[in-house]
Design a protein. Structure first.
Length: 158
């Protein structure tokens, strides 16, 4: 049982690192190409470029925070709030078919992207709780473990 817990914990920490790095990279892109993200900010919101910088800053901060044990829970909650806050931009992108350079221009993908926001929220939520407090944590761990094993297997086959 201890070995299973150790493997589950290791998987969760590997996924934490992957999640954090991805969030940091996306946050950095907000500073590299802010005009791309500003295009999807709903027109009802003022200062779209500034909002892009703010969201990019908090993505970077949240990604770094996930990796620092004593602030990781707060960082995860912050990312959840951020993912909810930027959701109107994702909706605007899908509804108005707004292309972003570097992302395939396919309206179907824009609509498929919307439910993915729930995946990001769930992933961040996973880091707000201790393993014993997480209902269904074993499902997340098994799914994550399967993904890691499949990826590692396909990489070793090359």
């Amino acid at each position: 049982m201890k070995l299973h817990h150790s493997n589950s914990h290791r998987r969760k920490e590997i996924l934490r690192g992957i999640f954090a790095v991805c969030i940091i990279i996306v946050g950095i892109t907000h500073f590299i190409r802010p005009e791309q993200y500003a295009r999807i900010v709903p027109p009802q919101l003022p200062y779209p470029v500034e909002l892009v910088y703010i969201s990019g800053f908090f993505e970077i901060l949240g990604g770094i925070g996930l990796m620092i044990p004593f602030v990781s829970v707060a960082a995860a909650w912050g990312l959840i709030a951020l993912f909810i806050a930027v959701f109107p931009a994702n909706i605007n992108m899908a509804v108005n078919n707004i292309p972003i350079e570097g992302i395939p221009h396919n309206q179907v993908l824009y609509w498929v992207r919307l439910p993915f926001q729930a995946v990001l929220i769930a992933w961040a939520y996973w880091y707000t709780r201790k393993p014993q407090e997480q209902p269904g944590a074993e499902i997340i761990e098994k799914t994550a473990g399967s993904l890691i094993n499949e990826t590692a297997g396909s990489l070793s086959d090359r």
